[in-house]
Design a protein around this ligand. Structure first.
Ligand SMILES: [Zn+2]
Length: 204
């Protein structure tokens, strides 16, 4: 492609997307340029709409439409008594696709790490505590990754729920060390859920 500044800029941006390098970015841009009216224009306006109208819910961490509110939090029919705590929306999607679990999700938005990228206040842990109390949750299933950060985060969550009458469990140790939920196959996820371990907290 010729040295056109606008295109170079777009290549740099698209290459940052998951699974895409400069080569596929260029192919995407070529396709867009060749389909200006059918693709490029509607995509640009669609991106602008998503930018304006979609954000993360500050209570449960899932995506919500700013005009319609959060499906999780604003719904009045409380149908579940479990909440599964995950690091990212991608983790939630993996668990949902595997059909292993029926219940609410709580998306932290990362893990606690020493590398300062996430501090306790940045993760939605205090809002988790609020949700558990408000929605009369009976079990919190911690499904953070089997990494040092994931385990530290799990420990901190358990600690934050101390004194609340709720069962706290963690996915089974069958998780491969360093295993990120998003990348696990359904079989591994299934046994991790089925064999999850109670980590205490229930107040009698
Ligand atoms: Zn919400």
């Amino acid at each position: 492609m010729q040295d056109i500044e606008e295109i170079e800029k777009l290549v740099r941006l698209i290459s940052k997307l998951p699974g895409l390098g400069p080569k596929s970015a260029k192919r995407i841009i070529l396709k867009l340029i060749n389909s200006r009216d059918e693709l490029m224009k509607p995509m640009a306006s669609s991106l602008a709409e998503v930018y304006k109208n979609v954000s993360r819910c500050s209570s449960c961490g899932t995506l919500k439409s700013n005009s319609n509110g959060c499906n999780n939090c604003d719904s009045n029919d409380k149908k579940y008594n479990k909440v599964c705590v995950v690091e990212s929306i991608a983790d939630q999607w993996s668990i949902e696709n595997s059909n292993i679990y029926k219940g609410y999700f709580h998306i932290l938005g990362g893990t606690l790490s020493s590398s300062t990228s996430h501090r306790k206040e940045d993760l939605l842990i205090s809002s988790l505590v609020e949700r558990v109390k408000k929605d009369l949750i009976e079990e919190v299933i911690i499904a953070t990754s089997a990494t040092v950060e994931g385990m530290t985060t799990a420990y901190y969550i358990k600690d934050s729920l101390k004194g609340i009458n709720v069962e706290v469990s963690k996915l089974a140790h069958g998780l491969p060390v360093g295993g990120e939920i998003e990348n696990l196959d359904d079989g591994t996820l299934f046994s991790a859920f089925k064999n999850r371990n109670g980590v205490g907290n229930k107040v009698d």
